[in-house]
Ligand binder design. Structure first.
Ligand code: XBP
Ligand code: MG
Length: 255
């Protein structure tokens, strides 16, 4: 089956959003609420094992103060803290704290020119996606994506396949006609469980993730200034990821 759509993850894949974005925003929300919590860069890597900001917050709270995290009103506190975190994150995006990873804009535009359909499947909040696309790609940014699956539209976040199923239903395509671009073990697992072939462009916090079977395991998409590197089909690979390369990998997987 020929490749018809690219399905992009956001955090870690389109942009390195976690360390300078989400983590900073969580800490601002904690300080504002008078909480003595602070997530440093190193500790945050471990916290990412729980996907979803509200879920991550609750898991942390259960670890540091299980009684308080189980008390009535805890869920409302998590919701409030997360709302404030999202507000801080949006402000950070507007300040230019986060930029697209090398090669992302190039591949998005090339895919559009070649008539590939494009969608997003992410765990993060929809407003975060919309604002990231606006500040990095301008007002036409969101228009590149036919379907945006984000956050709480599904009950179970990655590594569950739910968000990929949600997106596939709206694209009205079989999973094998698509290719997911992910950066983490949880993301790769979500796509694979939905039956979608996947490539991984590892990000700051996912360098040592066990990503499982993927069409290509790379350090990025690469650009004219600097090639991407990694492995595909058990062989070392170094070049720039373009639509032709994606079509070849996708085709080889289907044979
Ligand atoms: C991203 C996430 C998100 C972000 C924070 O995972 O797990 O929780 O860290 O976003 P993926 P929210 O890249 O696999 O989609 O706070 O809006 O949930
Ligand atoms: Mg990701």
């Amino acid at each position: 089956m020929t490749l018809q759509a690219l399905v992009w993850d956001v955090d870690g894949t389109l942009a390195e959003t976690e360390d300078q974005g989400h983590r900073v925003a969580f800490n601002l929300a904690f300080r504002e609420a008078g909480l003595p919590w602070h997530w440093d860069s190193a500790a945050y890597g471990g916290l990412l094992a729980v996907t979803g900001g509200k879920e991550r917050l609750l898991a942390w709270w259960q670890r540091v103060d299980p009684a308080a995290a189980a008390a009535p009103g805890a869920a409302a506190t998590v919701r409030h803290l997360h709302e404030r975190k999202t507000a801080h994150y949006l402000t950070l995006l507007e300040s230019g704290a986060v930029t697209l990873r090398p090669g992302v804009q190039r591949l998005l535009q090339e895919a559009r020119r070649q008539g590939l359909r494009q969608a997003i499947a992410t765990t993060t909040t929809l407003d975060n996606v919309t604002r990231l696309l606006e500040v990095t790609l301008g007002t036409a940014g969101s228009g590149l994506f036919e379907v945006v699956g984000a956050g709480d539209v599904v009950p179970r976040k990655k590594p569950a396949p739910d968000i990929y199923h949600w997106v596939l239903e709206r694209l009205a395509l079989p999973a094998e006609a698509c290719l997911a671009i992910e950066d983490s073990a949880a993301g790769a697992s979500a796509a694979r469980s939905a039956g979608m072939p996947v490539i991984v462009t590892r990000s700051r916090y996912t360098a040592s993730d066990a990503v499982g079977a993927v069409l290509a395991d790379l350090d990025g998409l690469g650009d004219a200034a600097s090639a991407a590197g990694g492995t595909t089909g058990g062989h070392a690979w170094s070049s720039v990821v373009g639509v032709d390369v994606l079509r070849a990998w996708h085709g080889a997987a289907r044979r």
